[in-house]
Structure formats: C-alpha cells, structure tokens
Design a protein around this ligand. Structure first.
Ligand code: SF4
Length: 382
C-alpha cells in the first residue's frame, strides 16, 4: 500500500491527479499537516489561480422550525403543534430581505424544517412574491429533504416540485442535509432523513434544471476517515456526471464538524465518554486540505467561520480553501446546537482575508465577482 509521502508526491507532480478513496483516507490519517496543507495550496492555485479569497453578502432565513424528521443532532426543530413552533409570513421574510438589500446583499439562503402543515401553494406563492418584491436577490431555498417533504405533501415528484419552484423564481438549492452520505452513519443520526441516494437524486435533478447548488459535509459523528472519503466520493461522482451532461454541477464544497453543545447527540456522547465526536481545529484543517485534493472537479472549497471561528477559518485559507463564506446575518439551525457567532460584517470578513495574506473579493452565489475593493489591477494580473 502506498504511503502518504508517495501519494502527496503524485498530487504535487500531476494535475488533475486521480486520487482514490483509500489514498485520500491515508493522507487524512497519516500525512504531516504541514505537507498536506502545502500540497493542498498548490492545488488551490491550480484550480483557482491568484490570491483572491471571495465572500458573499447574504442572509440565512429559517422560515419554519416545524419538522417531523427529528435528527438526533438538531436542536432547532419543533414538532407540529409545539408551543415554540413558528412559520414566518411572506411579509416577515420580505422585511428580512429588505434589511439584506440595505447592506448590498445578493442572495438569501432559506431553509427550514420539513413542515407537513404547509401546502404546495404556500411555497410557490412565497417564491413568486419574493421574486417580484426583490428581483435582484437570488433565492437559494429549500434543501433536498425539504423538497422531498414537499413532494410527499403535494403528490408531485421531486423533479416536478423543483421545476415548478424554478418557474416561480427559485434560483438554487442550499446544500444542507447532506451531513454524511454514508447510510450506516446516516441511519444512526437521522434515521428518518432518507438515504444518501435521495439527497444525491434531488441535487442531480436540481442541476439538470439549471439550478445553482452547493455540496456540504457535516462530520464528527464517530465515522472513520474512510467513511468521510466515501461521502466525498459520492459528491465527486455526481459532479462528474452532471458536468459530462452539460449541467452546472456544484459550485462549491463546504464542510464543518457537528456541533455538540446543546443537543441529544452531544449529551449522550459525553455521558458515554465517546471519542471521535465533533472535531477540533487540526482535524478540521486536515478535512479541508484533503477535500481540496480529492475534489478535483469542484473549484471552490469554503472555510467555515460560524462553526470553527474566524481564526481557524483564516488558517483554512492556507489549507486549500479559497472562499470564506458569507455574512449570514442570522442562523438558527446550527447555532441552536452550539455556535455563538451567527453574523459577520463585510469589514470583518475583508479584514480576516487581508490578515491571512489574501486579497478579498465580493462574489454572488454563482461565484461571479462583484467587487474587488479597489484591487482590480492586481486581480487582473493573476
Ligand atoms: S436538521 Fe433539518 S431535517 Fe433534521 S430535524 Fe433539524 S430541521 Fe429537521
């Protein structure tokens, strides 16, 4: 079996260098972090040349917390009829978007629970109305599990739901709900969430309709490095298929460790003294670096400040990430399980990028550059 030095050498010499799940798992477990980050940065500069690190002004909107899926790691959801359950109105959502517009934002990322109380028309009315009121804002809404839930309530296929939503103004889908696309892990943490195949199927359908999508990965449920690479392999395979069919594919890959502070999953883990739950900074940096090497067909790798903090997110920019995410403005799902920072200002993100030795650039959800903050000449040279 190859050792990590040989695998990294091949990655350094050849681009794109095919890397198997087994080889990537060896890098993940054994490689020196310095060497892994160095080679990941070489790859980053091949895939995304230059010194720019991008970010987005957007707002997360969690339109309903009613959910019937009951994921063990989730502290956000409330069951139907619960006294703390809520569903926002079109006007309430629109007001939030107005606040985003006043800050120069370009996208909302709207996700919620799987709410069986909302009829199909609630969604199409919402999308149509928001498109009219906020024509310059990209509506990236509803993760695959929500699309599945809406299909179940409406009797339409998931493809039909997506197609009708696109016609009502949907621009793209958030990558949420992927967590670990390994069914043996998935069935232990969210048994009602459906198989990894379902998530991939809905994403493939969205891409076939030209919708903008991203891929996510929550890790730290006690799975092995090999299983983490199995997750990435499923994303990479779908990306290959979508690109060869002429579809847009995933814009980016975004990973973060599961939060454990306020949920049943974390409490049970601590009670049983379970090792390997969540992930610290070093494990996170290894994950980012390996994903940069493995995802040779996805250009953008994002570092996650809401879960890791801005300090670690800055270091991840030297581990292969080329994007630091977005301002978010609010976040209620992951934060319910333990993150404390749910908003970053434009200045904070710009400063974090500059302090890390990179050049900040504002983008939209399709990674088109919107503002180079006066460094156009430098950007054009690279
Ligand atoms: S993670 Fe999403 S699908 Fe799972 S319980 Fe929470 S809101 Fe529902």
């Amino acid at each position: 079996m190859a050792n990590w030095q040989d695998i990294l050498e091949t990655q350094l010499e050849t681009f794109p260098a095919p890397i198997s799940v087994e080889e990537a798992a060896i890098l993940y477990s054994d490689a020196s972090l310095n060497d892994l980050m160095f080679v990941a940065m070489e790859r980053r500069h091949e895939q995304v040349p230059g010194n720019l690190v991008t970010f987005l002004i957007d707002r997360n909107i969690n339109y309903t917390n009613v959910c019937t899926i009951n994921c063990h790691f989730c502290s956000f959801y409330r069951t139907p009829g619960h006294e703390e359950s809520y569903t926002q109105t079109i006007d309430e959502i629109s007001e939030r978007i107005e606040e985003l517009e006043s800050l120069g934002g370009s996208r909302i990322l709207m996700q919620g629970g799987v709410n069986p109380e909302l009829p199909f028309e609630w969604y199409t009315d919402l999308l149509s109305e928001l498109s009219i009121r906020h024509p310059s804002i990209s509506l990236d809404c509803f993760s695959p599990i929500e699309i599945e839930g809406i299909a179940e309530v409406s009797g339409f296929s998931t493809l039909e739901v997506l197609s009708r939503f696109r016609d009502s103004g949907l621009h793209g889908l958030p990558g949420g709900g992927a967590e670990m696309l390994v069914d043996s892990v998935r069935s232990g943490i969210s048994p009602r969430k459906g198989s990894s195949e379902n998530w991939l199927k809905v994403m493939g359908e969205a891409q076939s309709l030209g919708l903008i999508t991203s891929a996510t990965n929550v890790f730290g449920f006690g799975e092995s490095h090999f299983q983490r690479m199995e997750h990435m392999e499923k994303i990479r395979s779908l990306q290959d298929k979508s690109i060869s069919s002429g579809y847009p594919g995933f814009t980016s890959f975004i990973s973060w460790p599961v939060m454990l502070e306020n949920n049943a999953f974390g409490k049970i883990g601590r009670r049983r003294n379970l090792m390997g739950l969540g992930a610290g900074a070093v494990e996170y940096l290894r994950h980012v670096a390996v994903s940069r090497l493995f995802m040779s067909n996805i250009d953008h790798i994002q570092s996650s400040w809401p879960t890791m903090g801005l300090g670690v997110a800055q270091i991840a920019l030297s581990a292969g990430a080329d994007d630091i995410g977005s301002t978010m403005m609010e976040e209620n799902v992951v934060s319910a399980s333990g993150t404390t920072k749910t908003m970053a200002s434009v200045q904070e993100l710009k400063d974090s990028i500059i302090d890390s030795g990179f050049t900040p650039a504002l983008r939209d959800s399709e990674y088109n550059l919107l503002n180079l903050f006066g460094v156009k000449e430098i950007a054009l040279e690279v």
